[in-house]
Design a protein around this ligand. Structure first.
Ligand code: ZN
Length: 104
């Protein structure tokens, strides 16, 4: 076996804030990915898929956790808060926008 060539890598490109992101998979993860990608992506990201999708939709910003009068989630973002990884949102996400930040 020649040492010149790097070993075969398993990877996938997933949507990311600002473009795409390469996830390197182990051989075992690649095998499981072929059958069911979701759990493997969540495993590599270190957070739930819902956190990843929310992070993507909100471009890394944190959405205000307040509910409006119509029982809908406030559509504003938390000022000064953004995450470069979806796991950051999963861990620390939350907070209030400027309109709701002064409520008790
Ligand atoms: Zn709000």
């Amino acid at each position: 076996m020649s040492k010149i060539w790097p070993p075969l890598q398993h990877y996938v490109e997933i949507d990311w804030v600002g473009g795409s992101h390469t996830l390197l998979l182990t051989a075992d993860q690649a095998r499981r990915y072929a059958a069911d990608p979701g759990p493997v992506v969540a495993e590599v990201l270190g957070c739930g898929l819902d956190a990843y999708l929310t992070w993507l939709e909100w471009q890394g910003r944190a959405q205000c956790v307040a509910m409006t009068g119509k029982r809908k989630r406030c559509r504003s973002t938390v000022p000064g808060v953004s995450f470069d990884q979806p796991s950051g949102l999963a861990e620390h996400g939350g907070g209030y926008c400027t309109s709701h930040g002064t409520l008790p």
